[in-house]
Design a binder for this molecule. Structure first.
Ligand code: GUN
Length: 300
């Protein structure tokens, strides 16, 4: 079998077009322009690229965008004060503080300072709790993107065996919640799991989010399974020339694609969905803050 390639780039483009439609309606019918503030502390080049892309795409869908680039040595109190100011700003409906933050800043303090109403990352305890019990609110961006791709590929997910590899707060745990809500049977595997290959071999759906390049090989994939690869790892690529690198996922694409029914590529699979879902969450929070029902096609 040769797997169908799940084109996250194309899906994200379509999603952004729908988001732009919702933004235009919020403006025309309710006088609301959804606003997203992105805060980055320090000069991590990878984070800076992400933040620039976020700001660009925010404007492209018609939203208000604010970007705060703070020097690495900014005191924790100043970052918390900025978050408080954005919490109180009526033009802002979503706040994202790019992680990781420099070592002298406690990321938990930053998360706890965020207004849950504007928590477009779904990091605060209130947002995590809402996701768990199924109340309306923002949903973790990458897991929401994975869920949209899974539904588009498979339709109903009911009764399927899903194995998530990785238990992070950012991806693994919220992904498990979302797949439980879809009536999947969910297993969360992690670095201490003893029989990983055996578990993955039983999965109709594999979500790989461990951050280990090409760890999951085709020989532990069930024929026809759907593979969602969240990993983005830079590895040496001597075949491209000395010192060159390339991006690979947590799944060994070549061997997995020979067995799977469908698979996300890296790059061009899950990656483009994350920013699109951040914009979707900003429409959701802008709607909820103003007492409106969020658009159904942007929520789980
Ligand atoms: N750093 C890497 N991914 C993310 C994300 O989704 N949100 C935030 N705030 N920081 C990140």
């Amino acid at each position: 079998m040769t797997a169908k390639i799940i084109d996250g780039k194309a899906f994200a483009e379509g999603l952004r077009t729908r988001i732009a439609g919702h933004v235009a309606r919020l403006k025309a019918e309710h006088g609301i322009t959804p606003g997203l503030a992105v805060v980055i502390v320090g000069e991590d080049p990878g984070s800076q690229v992400y933040v620039r892309n976020k700001a660009k795409q925010t404007v492209e869908v018609g939203m208000h965008s604010e970007k705060y680039e703070l020097p690495a040595e900014t005191p924790e109190a100043d970052v918390l004060a900025l978050v408080e100011r954005l919490n109180a700003d009526p033009a802002i409906h979503g706040i994202l503080v790019q992680l990781p933050v420099p070592k002298h800043i406690d990321p938990n303090k930053v998360v706890l300072a965020l207004s849950p109403d504007k928590d477009v990352d779904c990091f605060t305890p209130a947002s995590v709790g809402k996701l768990q019990i199924g109340l309306p609110g923002p949903v973790s961006c990458t897991p929401l993107g994975c869920l949209m791709l899974l539904r588009d590929t498979l339709g109903s997910l009911e009764g399927l065996n899903a194995v998530i590899v990785g238990r992070s707060n950012l991806v693994g745990k919220p992904m498990a919640q979302l797949l439980l809500r879809e009536n999947c049977t969910v297993t969360v595997a992690h670095s201490k799991t003893k029989n990983l290959a055996e578990l993955v071999r039983q999965a109709d759906i594999v979500v790989a989010a461990v951050g280990r390049p090409q760890m999951i090989k085709g020989d532990c994939i069930k024929p026809g399974a759907t593979i969602i690869d969240v990993g983005i790892n830079r590895v040496p690529a001597p075949e491209k020339g000395e010192g060159k690198t390339r991006l690979v996922g947590d799944v060994d694409y070549e061997s997995a694609a020979a067995v799977a029914g469908a698979i996300t590529p890296v790059p061009g699979g899950v990656g483009p969905m994350t920013i699109a879902c951040l914009l979707a969450n900003t429409v959701t929070t802008a709607s909820l803050i103003n007492g409106l029902v969020p658009p159904k096609d942007l929520t789980p």
